[in-house]
Ligand binder design. Sequence first.
Ligand code: NI
Ligand code: MN
Length: 229
Amino acid sequence: MGTNVTWLGHNAWSIETSGKTLLLDPFLNDSPTAPVKADAVTADYILLSHGHGDHLGDTVDIAKRTGAVVLTNFEVSQWLGKKGVPAEKLIGLNPGGGSKQPFGHAKFTIAHHSSSMPDGSYGGVPGGFLLTLEDARIYFACDTALFLDMKLIGASPLDLAVLPIGDMFTMGPEDSIDAIKLLNPKRVAPCHYNTWPPIAQDAAAWAATVQSHTAATPVVLEPGGVINL
Ligand code: NI
Ligand code: MN
């Protein structure tokens, strides 16, 4: 059947698996690099890592239009409820907790970062997502520093790890190499870079270092590019 993972720029991804579409951090309309606008995407599920605007993005509008179930942290789920996303469509997680769904299992993993909502209200604890799908195991680190516990996530085989490499707001390219060594994924894709000048990075140089210093295969996409698993 296969799983398709499409980069929508920054930390926005669309995952098609088991007949379902999952959107991760759908920052589209205000993203300088997103290849689609929010009204053109479909979603059965939205995975939202934290409340910062470059991740929350168009979540409220997409959730209302599509009726997608939103998996995020508890505080962000409460905030989305106040914005009119129906309570029965909200799943509020906390780090280490997951949810079994028809597409597989989504675990909210730890992330070292901050989280607040665009209106300044408390956004709870940020996270990443570890997806155990029918035919693939995928880790989206989302906004985080490098942390040693990535070794636990890599203790079972990963088909794909998606890591930020932009530096400044998240880990940069050098720390991502250590992250890859801890995670030991088959393939690794970079994100959260080249969206704006402060997080500009040379992805080709990063890929060369991945190839020479780790066992993983780097996959550098352009926005709109797809990884087939
Ligand atoms: Ni952030
Ligand atoms: Mn971010």
